[in-house]
Design a protein around this ligand. Structure first.
Ligand SMILES: [Zn+2]
Ligand SMILES: [Zn+2]
Length: 247
């Protein structure tokens, strides 16, 4: 009987193994068995660049030597961001940039747990007071874009982070009123213009006086999270923080 159980167990494990991709999601080289469940080879994993303290409160990046005395990095000093504090574990380059691209545009949703864990661990490692965060809100996609991409990457991440940190998730409270142009080709100033009045809040009572944590995949200029925070604060949110994988 025991033997049968272990045979079945081995078959199930083998079946699960067959379903998992056999190559690293970043460099595409074959994965060793212990790395299979995490989808990234050891070499790529060790090359992910993490931001180092002290951090800029506006974007989560490391403060450069020349801005150590200031309270924000040179990029954030020029903008009037609406985010009270931003955290991001990684620099947006190399391996992590590839992983985010594969996750977001190539339907590799199996990368979500790994990316979400990096984000949630970033808050616990930095001793962020989680009891001070009332709800987690994902950055929404416009319905037209959601149909095209079939899933909202920010909501997938937010759901996993909410479960790990045991903070309630409120998807659907923040919506896109306009289908904005893709931001990648735009200058920082154009991004702000592009996003003006792009977000709306469906049920202000649900966030009134609360402290919110916005979740998005990447923070570049910060225009998206800032514009979302503006709408949430207008609707009564007391404070808005942001968490992204990379910045
Ligand atoms: Zn690799
Ligand atoms: Zn900054």
């Amino acid at each position: 009987m025991m033997r049968l159980v272990s045979v079945v167990r081995a078959l199930v494990r083998g079946g699960i193994d067959l379903l998992l991709p056999r190559v690293c999601a970043s460099c595409k080289k074959p994965l060793q068995t212990p790395d299979r469940s995490q989808h990234v080879c050891r070499d790529c994993w060790s090359r992910i660049k993490k931001h180092r303290p002290p951090f800029c409160p506006g974007c989560g990046r490391s403060l450069e030597q020349d801005t150590l005395a200031a309270d924000a990095c040179s990029r954030c000093a020029q903008t009037s961001g609406q985010i009270d504090r931003a955290w991001s574990p990684c620099e947006y380059e190399g391996v992590i940039q590839t992983l985010i691209h594969e996750f977001k545009y190539k339907h590799k949703e199996y990368l979500a747990p790994l990316l979400a864990r990096l984000m949630a661990d970033c808050l616990t490692e930095r001793a962020v007071a989680l009891s001070g965060i009332d709800v987690i809100v994902p950055i929404p996609l416009h319905p037209a874009k959601l149909r095209e991409r079939e899933f909202n990457q920010s909501e997938t991440l937010a759901r996993l982070i909410a479960a790990q940190l045991e903070i309630p998730l409120v998807p659907g409270i923040l919506v896109r009123k306009r289908n904005t142009r893709t931001q990648t080709e735009l200058t920082p100033r154009q991004r702000v213009e592009n996003l003006r009045e792009a977000f709306g809040v469906t049920a202000p009572a649900g966030i009134n006086g609360k402290t919110l944590l916005l979740v998005d995949d990447v923070l570049t200029t910060g225009a998206t999270v800032s514009e979302a925070a503006r709408a949430l604060k207008k609707a009564g949110a007391a404070a808005v923080f942001a968490l992204t994988i990379a910045s």
